[in-house]
Design a protein around this ligand. Sequence first.
Ligand code: NDP
Length: 489
Amino acid sequence: MSKLEKRAAAPVPKDWTYAPAPEARDVVSLEERYGLFIGGEWVEPRDGEAFTTVSPRDEEPLAQVAQAGVEDVAAAVAAAREAFQQWSSLPGSERAKYLFRIARILQERSREFAVLESLNGGKPIKESRDVDLPLAAAHFFYYAGWADKLEYAFPNRSPRPLGVAGQIIPWNFPLLMLAWKLAPALAAGNTVVLKPAETTPLTALLFCDVLRQAELPAGVVNIVTGDGRAGAALVDAEVDKIAFTGSTDVGKAIQRRLAGTGKKLTLELGGKAANIIFDDAALDQAVEGIVNGIYFNQGHVCCAGSRLFVQESIAEPVVEKLKRRMATLRVGDPLDKNTDVGAINSRMQLEKIAELVESGRAEGAEIYQPPCRLPERGYWFAPTVFTNVAQSYRIAQEEIFGPVLSVLTFRTPDEAVEKANNTPYGLSAGVWTEKGSRILWMAERLRAGVVWANTFNRFDPTSPFGGYKESGFGREGGRHGLEPYLAFD
Ligand code: NDP
């Protein structure tokens, strides 16, 4: 039977659900066991400790990964210290060549990285393919451009690198956070020891292969895997700076630990962003922005629009439209190209989400979850929206870090500002209105590092990102992102 005849004979679908469109996973070849990447070599941890990293979509074991101890971390820092002399004295234009090379290799191997990111982290392939990978490469391209222009970026301030930077990253954007951290540090002439999150080490380990391909001098980037103990060891090691992205609790602990040591510190911590919809906003676009704001990456986003503030007069139609749109979200296999919402990153995170959702019900909020069949194995949570939420409820105050939205209302712009700022956090916010003047008025008053207008979750390497209050301090991205990696006269 010819292809055409076969197609004609195929049954006409009764409903218009999507056929499976799985991304091939054989572009990725995994080692059975990974060591630590120190001084350009794979080394075994001193005490041989290792753990299994799994895929959150079905708990399939993927590989054995080394647990770095205090001595391993010290060895990595020593390797970085040794490499610093040579790396920092290279002309900026030479450092740039390595960064450009890394960016291009990431682009060439982007499919492989995207598949691995989705496999190990649970995010939909269309996000790792279309967001994480292009942005990671863009960060290296962007900072490559700055490497030989530091004197122009900071005129009359004689910028010079700090030395060895210790970098600790979370599991929600594993490769992208690696790029955010490494690119400015290397462009500024520092060497690095980076610790990926326990649940998502694999793209960072594959990235070591990119470093070798790019022929980056040994020791300039060292990767040590492990749980929080490895992170704590890095904080205490002989580094000149710590850059941390993760939870506010761990960020505070690190700040306490570093007080008085003279080590520099930047913290990018949690958030509880307000997404504010005025009655003159283009509602259909706003609903897309709400969905993107909270269900992108299963809501594992520090700047997620997890508190929706809708002007009271349009609350009903907005919630109605939102529920209709939520019913079309496809939850399932992260490697399926049609998937909108993938797997929750870990069992621990799933339990945390479930606990907070339960508290929302118990406190009296009204829950809606669209009908959807969740896979039996793995970690899953249906997209959720809460209405009838009071400011004091835990779901309106605490970072849930999952696909859970709390809807609140307001009447006047002043009230919107007051309520939006009523949070210990201050990372991001969104404003939806037709009036440019109102956007500016709101942006001036919202205590958030980023304010998006008529859009949400937009990222660009040229734009600084960072928080106020308990969301941390220091900026990543843009010229601002270089500053924490430089010392000045
Ligand atoms: P953590 O803050 O614990 O993890 C972030 C990174 O820090 C990981 O690499 C982690 O290692 C490491 N780490 C853990 N403990 C220490 C320590 N004492 N010293 C130095 N480094 C340490 O976040 P979790 O992954 O545990 O997530 C908990 C909650 O944090 C989430 O539910 C979410 O609310 C929030 N979160 C916020 C993020 C953000 O970007 N704002 C990102 C991630 C989480 P390991 O992976 O082994 O724990």
